[in-house]
Structures are given as structure tokens and as C-alpha cells.
Write a protein that binds this ligand. Sequence first.
Ligand SMILES: Cc1cc2nc3c(=O)[nH]c(=O)nc-3n(C[C@H](O)[C@H](O)[C@H](O)COP(=O)(O)O)c2cc1C
Length: 182
Amino acid sequence: MSSVFDALHERRSSSKVTDEAPSHEEILELVEAAGQVADHSGLAPWRVIEIRGDSRGIVGESLAAASGLHGHDAEKSIRKSFRAPLLLAVVVSPRPSVKVPYWEQEAVASGVAHALTLLLHERGYGAMWRTGIQTRSDAVRMAHRLEPGEQMLGWIYTGRHPDRPRDRRRSRIDVRRHVSTL
Ligand SMILES: Cc1cc2nc3c(=O)[nH]c(=O)nc-3n(C[C@H](O)[C@H](O)[C@H](O)COP(=O)(O)O)c2cc1C
């Protein structure tokens, strides 16, 4: 079993995946695990929408509509949402709280999304968190039936990793530039 340290170093996004998607039951299991992230007041201010099959077109259609695309350009946008067999829309569902402002609740939802990508990777699924300039548009909100106040965080595109994940341990950051002392 790899350590959290190894898992973080080895995770890489996969833009290409096979048609094999995690089942609904597996998604429930992984989302439950991802939901164990630190959460001020335990508000669980997030939810995940599974999007499979033809429903995937709704994502591209709403992004295209929000961008005012038509014809060939709209079709191109719609095709993009079929790049993986399963799209997991991650949504911030803010709860009323005097103690926990919106930004903290978005941080929790974001943590859930990152944890999900790691868990999918561990199970041999490729995952890639994708958004679009119109992710928070009304067209996308309506297409995903978001409640007032809810916000999209994007979609995790996932499916079986096409080959065994290579050991891709490498650092992309110059850590000394990101850590300082007060
Ligand atoms: C909130 C968020 C939105 C993203 N949106 C996109 C996107 O729309 N298109 C894209 O190519 N990459 C997007 N990315 C980046 C990829 O998910 C991925 O992290 C990047 O390609 C680097 O690959 P790596 O994760 O293997 O380092 C997004 C990442 C985050 C966290």
C-alpha cells in the first residue's frame, strides 16, 4: 500500500481514459471517503452529480449555449464531454452559518474534489478535473439543476486508466518558493 506521500507524488491527471467507468456503488464508496476531509462545523457543503451516457451531452450543450456557440463549434464543444464515460460534477452547496463563511465552505468542497481524484487514481482510474470559462454561467447552473446559492466547481472526467500508471514521481514545484517563515 502506498503512503499518502507517494500517492500525492504519483498522481497525474489523465486526459485519455477507457470506456470502463467506476460503478455507482464504487462512486458512493469513494465519495464517502473523500467526504472525510477537514470540514469546519461539519457542514458537508458539497455534493456530487454523476453524469453518464447521453446525459454527458448536457455538459457540453450548456457550456456551448453559455458561450453563444452554434453549429460546428457547438458540436465540437459537446463532443468534448464524451471524452470519459463518467463525469462527476462537484458542486459547492453552502449551508447557512454565522461561523463558517462561504469561502471556507468552497475550500471544503475543493478538498473533496482533490481527494476524489486521488482515490480514483488509487483504484486504477484516470481522472482529470476540467472546467470551462462558463462553468458558473446560468446555462450550466440550470442544466445541472443547481439550487439557489450552489456553485459548480467543475467536472472530474474519469474512466479506467488506459495502461498501468507509470511511476511518474517528479516535482513540478520549486518548494522553497512556496514556503516562507513569519
Ligand atoms: C479547478 C480546476 C480546473 C481545471 N480545469 C481544467 C480544464 O478545463 N482544462 C484542462 O486542460 N485542465 C484543467 N485543470 C488542470 C488539470 O486538471 C490538471 O491538473 C493539469 O492538466 C495538470 O496535470 P496534472 O494534474 O497531472 O499535474 C483544472 C484543474 C483544476 C484544479
